[in-house]
Write a protein that binds this ligand. Structure first.
Ligand code: AMP
Ligand code: ZN
Length: 458
């Protein structure tokens, strides 16, 4: 089966056809670095990593660009409230630049822990102020902007199909408006450039043709995506919350400037929820990769958990679900390890696996096939070769995993301790019986001077 992806723009699953044969331009909205990423954010990056792996599986060369939002993302998507970075300044007492560097590094550490490949190009909003100013100037020249006392705004009424991505009912919104519009002409109009408040020096502000200030969040992604990938590229991704505002506005700006919808396919990862509610940075007490590590979890078990749910369904996080993922992931890794030397993969099974992942990244079904292979009667080398091939898409690190001391289950360790005690007491019959019990549990015990060592049995 050829690769098919669900495109939010058309609300349909359709064959993936790249603009340039063999190549894919991919832009993924990156983190707002005023705080750590929570595991909800990381679910979206895991989905995007899965997409990238599937594209490569299909032989594409992927040009992946990810931004770092280090300015301009306001507390409210309605262009009110302060910049989230300034909020971080108040919370931590550090400078905005220090915060950006700190949380960018923390984000990269999280990516590594989850086996997520970094993009080819990282781009910081603050390194691209001139590109954003040029973009706004073009929109102004084409008559899409107006000025208020706090900034330059995009007039969404000037675009006939504004809001198509989010299927927004703009006429209905205008008619039903109860909130204060302020100086905005329409509820959906959004800031392109915000003026710094008078008499207040901000840590992040720049001169512009309109006055000192800082760029809006949406213009950042349109400007950088265009700079690195062109006016129309293949795939743009983000979380589902971006459909109605951020991506709708990225498209509006690009349509106004270049007449394209920026990307041919718009893909969105659905949210991770906690207690059936959205996990959000501002809620406080959110779960991070570090929280998982502190509680003794392997972050790759979280990756496994995410693979069990399709990216277009919400996933409710529970510790029980993570525990189940730990058990499954450990069993998979240990069983694969024990298969010994890998041979070539089985072409028929690889074809079946391809059909699953090419069906809009159906990793839950791909994972079910993985277990089917593991439990099959195939020869070990063929089985292992097939599983390692699958793992190029799953990303669970099966090829490099080796059991550690702490991977030995407590009950096996207890059997080994009992055997050691029996040996010391010269009760060799009991020691042999216990060795048999240890082997039956899938482990080998080796005597060493003054103790014993456990390793997975073959
Ligand atoms: P932010 O750092 O807030 O700009 O968000 C980074 C990415 O995480 C964006 O693509 C968001 O859409 C996504 N995101 C935010 N909250 C969640 C969540 N609870 N589950 C999954 N993705 C999320
Ligand atoms: Zn973005």
């Amino acid at each position: 089966m050829d690769l098919q992806l669900y495109d939010t723009y058309t609300r349909s699953q359709r064959p993936f056809v790249p603009i340039h044969p063999g190549e894919v331009g991919l832009y993924t909205c990156g983190p707002t670095v005023y705080d750590y990423a929570h595991i909800g954010n990381l679910r979206t990056y895991l989905f995007e990593d899965g997409l990238k792996r599937v594209l490569k599986w299909n032989g594409y060369r992927v040009h992946h660009v990810m931004n770092i939002t280090d300015v301009g993302h306001l507390v409210s998507d309605a262009d009110t409230g302060d910049d989230k970075m300034e909020e971080g300044v108040r919370r931590t007492g550090k400078t905005a630049w220090e915060i950006a560097a700190l949380y960018t590094e923390a984000f990269r550490t999280d990516l590594k822990a989850l086996n997520i490949e970094e993009p080819e190009i990282w781009c910081r909003a603050t390194d691209h102020i001139s590109e954003q100013i040029a973009f706004v100037a073009d929109l102004e020249a084409k008559g899409f902007t107006y000025r208020t006392s706090d900034g330059i705004y995009f007039d969404t009424s000037k675009l006939a199909d504004y809001g198509y991505l989010g299927r927004l009912d703009t006429a209905g919104q205008e008619a039903g408006i109860r909130v204060e519009l302020g100086e905005k002409r329409h509820p959906t109009d959004f800031a392109l450039w915000k003026f710094s408040p008078a008499n207040e020096r901000r840590q992040m502000e720049w001169d512009s043709p309109w006055g000192r200030g800082f760029p809006g969040w949406h213009i950042e992604c349109s400007a950088m995506a265009q700079k690195y990938l062109g006016e129309l590229f293949d795939i743009h991704c983000g979380g589902e919350d971006h459909i109605k505002v951020h991506h709708t506005n990225e498209i509006a700006q690009t349509e106004a400037r270049c007449g394209t919808r920026l990307a041919n396919y718009w893909l969105h990862g659905y949210f991770l929820q906690l207690n059936q509610a959205k996990m959000a940075k501002s809620a406080g007490g959110f779960l991070r990769v570090q929280t998982l590590l502190d509680q003794g979890y392997d972050p790759l078990a979280y990756r496994y958990l995410c693979l069990t749910a399709h990216y277009r369904t919400q996933l409710n996080f529970t510790w029980d679900a993570l525990d189940a993922a730990v058990t499954a992931c450990e069993r998979l890794r240990l069983a694969t390890f024990k298969l010994g030397v890998a041979g070539d993969p089985d072409p028929g099974l690889v074809q079946r696996f391809t059909a699953e992942i090419n069906d809009d990244l159906n990793f839950p079904r791909a994972l079910a096939l993985t277990w089917e292979v593991l439990k099959s009667e195939l020869p070990d080398a063929l089985k292992k070769g097939t599983l390692l091939k699958f793992d190029e898409a799953l990303g669970l690190g099966l090829a490099t995993w080796t059991p550690r001391e702490e991977d030995v289950p407590a009950e096996v360790r207890a059997l080994a301790e009992a055997r050691w005690a029996a040996k010391k007491a010269k009760d060799f019959a009991a020691a042999d019986r216990l060795r048999g019990d240890i082997q039956a549990a899938g482990w080998e015990v080796e005597d060493q001077s003054g103790g014993f060592k456990l390793k997975p049995g073959r």
